[in-house]
Design a protein around this ligand. Sequence first.
Ligand code: HEC
Length: 150
Amino acid sequence: MQSFKSKGLIALISALLCVSLAFVFMVNRASAHKVSHDADTLKAFNDAFMEQVILGDELFHGATMEGINMSNTGMACAMCHPFSSDVHPHEYPKFQEQMSEFATLRDMINWCIEKPNEGEIIDPDGEAMKALEAYIYWSNRGSVLDPGRH
Ligand code: HEC
């Protein structure tokens, strides 16, 4: 009887030890992640992001850039998509009816350049595309990811 009780106690202590170790491990990981960059580094990262957002904002509102022609109709993205808050980037990738294919956000941006804008599609990995993507995501920050949605 005595040994049964002490076995139970040992099992309980071991279980508690495991739980505490797991907890310490998780807290360590969480705080390590938080303190891995100092304030200046984080500010530099954010500045780099906002620089792209500002460029994307300008392009979205009709600015031109050397080597690209996103519209031959005189229409800027913002004329059909006010504030870019109605382009639902969080729903990509998805099967896109207009294209009859599975599409990324970049595919859809190029579809708008080619079809309604009658312009010339841009390099999917180029400067203009990255900036447009940054602006569109920034405008829709806080949206819940919902890929594939219609
Ligand atoms: C003449 C109007 C017009 C212009 C200008 C235009 N679009 Fe569109 N855009 C559309 C239409 C129509 C759709 C398809 C309808 C839909 O799926 O919401 C669309 C859809 C989109 C979508 C997907 C929206 C969704 O909810 O799935 C994105 C992203 C987008 N456009 C980005 C752009 C960008 C970037 C530009 C500028 C380069 C641009 N559009 C210019 C008319 C336009």
